[in-house]
Design a protein around this ligand. Structure first.
Ligand code: ZN
Length: 461
């Protein structure tokens, strides 16, 4: 007993004295294993923000083997004794914090890092992770695959919502946006396509290295490093945007007439939504029959086959809504999908197709038992529903009801203000509602409450 008492005494007094010496700094603590997203509790991590990812990858499509190095430049947002990265599957072969070897352990998708020294709040630090293995996709709550998805000539790489962690260690939540450099080496004859601007391409000893730079902030799920045998086309638009298209030759004939319209689609969307947020654009058209979707990978959407014009319009609209203005919580996914779907309706309306009202009416005619009314788009209920029909279709219907309520002038001012005020940042549904009320001068609480949050088919607006 006396021994225990003495130990208690020591433990209690020494930290108090230390804290007094340090000017009452908070005790160091571990960064949390997630950022508190209700649908994906382990997505992202607490205690730091990432400013930049430098990713160096070597991929062999023949064996499916990947060798990687990630240099993650971060800043501590608390006194940090320990922090997590999201990383799933591949083997870590080395890990340093500021060039000093750090302890690490794996716990499911959490790579738990204990630096040699406690990190001060505000301290900048570099984490270098080397790794290798055979990457594969994750299965999402809705059963679809995302992440590193091997194809017959490379890999289709698309990370919404979880898959970034299948190919690089990340702070994998859209609330942490960062710039990126990619250096990707593949066998000669293959092309590796990432986000942003192509800085250079060099072939030596039977391998080609592609260097890409994404300067504007990007959420990890929007990163790509798609590899395949592609036909490549590069040009600069009238607005100075550098376009890089990579197309699987088997999809080229079907893709060509649609991809040709990309510059005019971006110009049209710029008129509606405000300036295009990035200096680069383009398309990656792969042949990936087991994927079943396209993704708005930043600056350069990736398509699992030749896209339709509507799909190109949709993924392009996401460059404003989703990529530049990113989610704060996956629950607000209608801010991405409702907006991109409404862009399709607007495109049709202004290019000789159905009006948005006709699109709305056709959907509204569906009976109350239809899947469209299964859950309200502002509250999908779980990660399994975030890509469900209501998020897209009823999300777009919500915007149409808003447009009718405030008039075209105010509506398009709201869209432009949303893109401008949250450019390269994040937004929430509550912020969008406040913005719509501010711009229109109307109380819109009931409208949004009914269309975004009330279960069942709403009454005719
Ligand atoms: Zn979408």
């Amino acid at each position: 007993m006396p021994e225990a008492v003495r130990r208690t005494f020591v433990v209690a007094t020494v930290p108090v004295a230390l804290v007094a010496l340090l000017g009452a700094a908070a005790p160091p603590s571990a960064g949390s294993s997630g950022v508190g997203d209700p649908y994906f509790p382990l997505a992202g991590n607490g205690g730091y923000h990432v400013g930049h990812y430098g990713l160096t990858l070597r991929y062999d499509p023949g064996t499916g083997h990947l060798v990687g190095k990630a240099v993650i430049s971060a800043r501590a947002t608390q006194r940090l004794s320990r922090f997590d990265l999201d990383f799933n599957g591949l083997t870590v072969t080395g890990l340093t914090v500021d060039h000093a070897k750090a302890d690490f352990s794996r716990d499911g998708q959490e790579l738990v890092v204990t630096p040699r020294h406690v990190l001060r709040k505000g301290q900048r630090f570099d984490v270098t992770v080397t790794y290798k293995g055979t990457p594969g996709p994750v299965t999402d709550p809705d059963g679809s695959l995302d992440g590193w998805i091997p194809t017959d000539d490379g890999a289709f790489v698309a990370g919404e919502p979880q898959g970034a962690m299948t190919w690089f260690p990340a702070n994998n939540h859209p609330t942490d946006k960062s710039s990126y450099d990619f250096t990707i080496t593949v066998p000669k004859g293959h092309t590796a396509v990432a986000n942003g601007v192509l800085l250079g391409e060099r072939t030596a000893h039977g391998k080609t290295t592609f260097r890409w730079r994404q300067s504007e902030p990007m959420a990890a799920y929007l990163a790509t490093a798609t590899v395949g045998k592609f036909q490549v086309e590069q040009f600069t638009t009238r607005d100075g945007i550098k376009v890089y298209n990579a197309v699987d030759p088997r999809e080229a004939a079907d893709a060509a007439p649609v991809l040709k319209k990309l510059p005019s689609v971006l110009e049209w969307e710029s008129k509606l939504f405000g300036p295009y947020p990035y200096r680069a654009a383009g398309s990656i058209v792969d042949r990936a029959p087991n994927v079943g979707y396209a993704l708005e990978t930043q600056t350069r959407p990736v398509y699992d086959s030749a896209p339709s014009l509507s799909t190109l319009v949709h993924e392009s609209a996401h460059q404003w809504f989703g990529d530049s203005v990113s989610l704060t919580s996956w629950k607000d996914i209608w801010l991405n999908e409702g907006f991109a779907t409404y862009a399709e309706w607007l495109y049709d309306e202004q290019h000789g197709g159905d009006s948005a009202q006709q699109a709305f009416d056709a959907l509204y005619a569906r009976p109350a038992s239809d899947g469209l009314w299964e859950f309200p788009p502002g509250d999908p209920g779980s990660g399994a529903n975030i890509f469900g029909t209501p998020v897209y279709a009823r999300g777009a219907m919500t915007l149409h009801v808003l447009r009718k309520a405030v008039g075209d002038r105010a509506f398009f001012r709201i869209l432009r203000a949303w893109a401008a005020e949250h450019r390269n940042g994040n937004g929430t549904t509550a912020q969008f509602v406040r913005l719509a009320e501010r711009v229109s001068g109307k109380n819109l609480d009931d409208l949004f409450q009914i269309w975004l949050y009330t279960p069942g088919k709403p009454n005719k607006p």
